[in-house]
Design a protein around this ligand. Sequence first.
Ligand code: ADP
Length: 253
Amino acid sequence: MPEFVEIRTEPEEEKPELDVPFELLDLNLLKPHEELDPNELEAFIESVTGSGIFWKAALVSKEGYVILDGHHRWAGLKKLNAKVMPCILLDYVNNPEVKVYTWYPFIIGSLNHLIDVLKNIEEIELIYESNKDTVVEKVESMEAAFGLIHSDTNKKFILIAGDDDPYDLQKIIIKHLINDQKIQLGYIDTIKGAEELLVQGKAVAYFVRRAPKKKEIVERASKGKVYPPKTTRHSLPFVPKKIHISLEKLINP
Ligand code: ADP
């Protein structure tokens, strides 16, 4: 069972497929920028050991060899003692074709319970705010780590702030949400989609957060620091064609 549900309102399948060259890069050369989800890691390991075939090249920045997409493939291959991973190297920082967005966490369950969980996290402060645009602005300017938006007209929205780096605060909050048995955490790709979940009653709240900039991602990864899971959502105007490489070749290149 995954720890969370993932909803894409902008499906990748609608993009054209492209035959993009890839390289076998040393796993130790590559730098992650996000925390892993243990369940996703296990799912990948099961898949690749089951078929013995690796079919989806990772996306890696030419600047600093940062893994943009493929954290679980990278960590899974490492666990399987592979030496290399098929990677598509991308001009990243100044390439307008590569876009970076974020995933918005949403909550299924009770809003009152969610607010209680947040109130009990000692590293954070809750600031009540009635204007949704102000919530978004303060998150964008990093005055808050998250903004909590919900559909209960009797309650104000909530800005979540604290002394730590906003992304480190997000990590703490997400850990509390994952560990709570009474609520379910999901991720959705757009604010519009998240708003629809509220209208349809499929979620009680969602968190707005700022997508990090490309330069920040490269800098953070180069320092060996990672963001919380699903902080970045990288998007290309095409979908790279599937490849077909035996796992054996990645273990003994
Ligand atoms: P992240 O999105 O955090 O970078 P991944 O993209 O590595 O993590 O997540 C696992 C990915 O591995 C999924 O996109 C899945 O489609 C892919 N995958 C599953 N089985 C295989 C396989 N045998 N070979 C290559 N990729 C696979």
